[in-house]
Design a protein around this ligand. Structure first.
Ligand SMILES: C[S@@+](CC[C@H](N)C(=O)[O-])C[C@H]1O[C@@H](n2cnc3c(N)ncnc32)[C@H](O)[C@@H]1O
Length: 484
């Protein structure tokens, strides 16, 4: 398997070099030069494995300075709906597409991607397609048990919606795929999920198609959250690349997708790309992974009905951040609510300018928040300690094939859950959950049926909202609250 992966990798790097993709950038004349080379990488970047941060990714082969252009992918190497409609097929595809005007640009890209896959070795994109992940762990591929294991309402709701959307889009696309005579196994829901997850997790923005483009080799960059708010960054203003607030983009002037280093890297460091600002739930939904430390994660808080009438903030602005800080909207609303009714009018401006109203008021606010967190945490069926224990058991089972009767000190609630999940037949969903939950385990996605059910349990340890809800406890000084 590893040998096959290595072969696939070598063939895509050669293929990419022939298309003019290059990490060898001559900054003087701004031209990429490696089309004669046997690999498109090696001058600035190399493919490497980062078990704790995305698996396959790109490492710096030398010290790289912030702002350097590190990879360029010419327009002709970008896989787009347009580039997938070859001259040969243009008429057939265009007239078939014309009959389904309601399909979205993303659905169309999924269809032409599956159509390309259908060509097998005869596709000119074959080396690229061959090295793509075989399955993904986005919310849309979650089964019922994995969804329930998320525990928190908005995560469950988001997952259910993602599954429904996937099914609906597939139903809408099926007639066209049949009309194009795509092989039956590529018209299945599973194949559809693969195509739409490929697009969701690997495409990049281009100005001429809202579905975006697949960018060979550029899509080997793993994710790091943006480090700072570019609008508040003074350093950015004096940086030589002053007008570039993102680390990758299509540059019409050189007709290429260009990738820049967002910070300094030492040789051997993983070079990361910021795909955008996401909470963990959003990362799971769109990319199929989440981060243990995500500065953009949020725990959304619901308020008392009466509180909503005091403010006009949208619900998405009422949250506690990963560092435990309540959002401006949440804090100002609770401050106002905690003020005696007769005084509210006179202090409203203080609350909505983000200032404390009084120390007494601030204590009441923190008490209310702490209580709310406690209620939220106690509504989950397992605690973080139980989830951690569950993870350890699962890892033991995977490593040593421990019989289910051998769970040692496992609390009976967990033991029962493990057993009932083990009885579930859904092997596929379990391995999906497994992948989602532990990037270090990603390398081996084929799991024994033994681990099927219980891996779903891992879901609950990591999804964002719950993680945040628990994490927020610490900064508020309420470490033990979940054990009470
Ligand atoms: C654009 S691809 C990046 C390259 C990918 N690792 C590969 O081998 O092709 C995006 C996918 O990489 C994985 N990924 C990226 N950044 C990650 C991170 N920080 N932690 C875990 N997985 C990550 C996720 O599976 C995501 O959907």
């Amino acid at each position: 398997m590893e040998e096959e992966e290595e072969e696939n990798l070598q063939s895509i790097l050669q293929w990419a070099a022939a298309l003019g993709i290059s990490d060898s950038i001559n900054n003087n004349n701004n031209s990429a030069s490696s089309s004669s080379s046997s690999s498109c990488l090696g001058r600035s970047l190399s493919v490497s494995h980062f078990p704790e941060a995305g698996g396959r990714g790109l490492a710096a082969t030398r010290a790289i300075r912030k702002g350097e252009l590190i990879l360029r992918v010419p327009k002709s190497a970008l896989m787009t709906t347009h580039s997938l409609i070859t001259k040969h097929q243009k008429q057939v595809l265009s007239s078939a597409l014309g009959k389904y005007p309601l399909l979205s640009s993303t659905q169309i890209l999924s269809i032409v991607l599956l159509n390309e896959l259908d060509k097998g070795r005869s596709s000119c994109w074959y080396p690229y397609l061959k090295q793509m992940p075989r399955s993904y762990d986005l919310l849309a591929s979650f089964g019922q048990f994995e969804i329930e294991a998320l525990q928190i309402d908005d995560a469950i709701w988001t997952a259910q919606k993602a599954v429904q959307k996937g099914k609906m889009e597939w139903e809408e696309a099926k007639p066209l795929m049949s009309e194009l005579n795509i092989k039956p196994q590529l018209i299945t829901f599973k194949a559809w999920l693969w195509a739409s997850a490929t697009i969701s997790s690997r495409t990049m923005h281009i100005p001429w198609d809202t579905a975006g483009c697949l960018c060979p080799v550029g899509d080997f960059f793993n994710y790091a959250p943006p480090e700072e708010d570019p609008w508040n960054s003074t350093e950015e203003i004096f940086d030589s690349n002053v007008d570039r607030l993102i680390d990758a983009g299509y540059d019409e002037a050189v007709a290429s997708y260009c990738f820049y280093a967002k910070r300094h890297y030492r040789e051997g460091d993983q070079v990361l790309l910021s795909y955008g600002t996401y909470t963990n739930l959003e990362l799971l939904e769109h990319y199929g992974f989440l981060l243990q430390e995500n500065p953009n994660d949020k725990a959304f808080m619901s308020l008392e009905p009466e509180m909503y009438s005091l403010c006009s903030w949208p619900k998405e602005s009422l949250y506690i951040s990963q560092d435990g800080k309540p959002s401006f909207a949440l804090l100002s609303t609770i401050r106002l609510w905690a003020t005696p009714v007769v005084q509210r009018r006179s202090v409203k401006h203080i609350a909505f300018s983000g200032h404390q109203i009084s120390s007494e008021n601030e204590v009441a606010v923190m008490e209310w928040l702490a209580n709310r967190c406690q209620v939220l945490l106690s509504s989950f069926s397992t605690s973080i300690e139980e989830d951690t224990l569950m993870l350890r058991i699962i890892e033991k089972i995977q490593d040593f094939d421990v019989p289910t009767s051998d769970y040692g000190e496992t609390p009976s609630v967990l033991r029962n859950e493990i057993c009932s999940f083990l009885e579930r037949p859904s092997c596929h969903t379990a391995s999906v959950a497994l992948c989602v939950l532990s990037s270090s385990l990603r390398a081996s996605t084929v799991r024994q049926p033994l681990t099927c059910g219980i891996v779903c349990q891992k879901v609950r340890t990591l999804p964002s909202s719950m993680g945040s809800a628990r994490d927020l406890i610490s900064p508020l000084g309420l470490e033990r609250i979940q054990d009470q």
